[in-house]
Design a protein around this ligand. Structure first.
Ligand code: CA
Length: 238
């Protein structure tokens, strides 16, 4: 970290990578090391899990397709244990593995990147996921992003200062997504998060709700992004 031209020393954050393709894990390791991370790589889930038992990383980059134990199985085990469930996980998937990405997110993974990805993109995701860990605890009563304002106490949403009329489900969906910009949610996760006793929302109706919600949001409708084959996210505009 540079500050007024002087190097400020901060404790290096530790990242583990579980990835069987050595050129990819080496590329990630090299680039994240340049960013000041302390990076260790493992070629199998068994080796990675053993290392995590011994010393927990600040974040895990996890390939889905691995020989032996799969990335999804590793994710499931980590999220099941109270000792390791808080470790943020970024999955690495190949194109066409969206259904595995959906499963991974539902198991508790935080984000994913699709191969091939640039080191710059991965670094941005790593920083965003690490930031979320500290942001998530400070949920506020009102959210203001660009020209969109969500007032939770009043259950009101304004776009460019004008009140817009949302159904209760639409309001819940919007508030849920806006709390964590950039975070991808699957349809099932959205349904589970917003479903109250009186809401007949299923994952099939989510797409329909999103169309209506975006339309009502007018010029701010683009803040809700479709993540093809996976789900939805609120645009991260910082
Ligand atoms: Ca692989």
């Amino acid at each position: 970290m540079e500050y007024a031209g002087a190097k400020v020393e901060v404790a290096a954050r530790k990242i583990y990578i579980i990835e069987d393709e050595q050129d990819i894990s080496e590329l990630i390791r090299f680039n994240l090391s340049l960013e000041g991370f302390n990076v260790e790589t493992f070629g199998t889930g068994e080796a990675g899990l053993k290392a995590i038992e011994e010393a927990q990383p600040d974040l895990l980059i996890l390939d889905i397709m691995l020989p032996g134990m799969s990335g999804l199985e590793i994710c499931r085990r980590l999220k099941e244990s109270s000792k390791t469930k808080e470790i943020p996980v970024i999955m690495v998937s190949a194109r066409g593995e969206e259904s595995d990405v959906v499963k991974g997110l539902e198991l508790g993974a935080d984000d994913y990147v699709t191969k091939p990805f640039s080191p710059k993109v991965l670094h941005a995701r790593v920083e965003a996921v690490l930031r979320r860990g500290t942001d998530a605890k400070s949920a506020t009563d009102s959210v203001k992003i660009d020209k969109l304002e969500i007032n939770v106490g009043r259950v009101e949403v304004r776009v460019e200062g004008q009140l817009i009329a949302l159904t209760q489900s639409e309001f819940r969906i919007l508030h849920f997504l806006a709390q964590r910009p950039g975070w991808v949610y699957t349809r099932v996760q959205i349904v589970e998060a917003i479903r109250g006793e009186n809401y007949a929302v299923t994952d099939r109706t989510i797409d329909f709700q999103m169309v209506g919600l975006r339309k009502k949001m007018g010029s701010m409708g683009h803040l809700i992004e479709t993540v093809r084959g996976v789900g939805y996210r609120f645009k991260d505009i910082q």
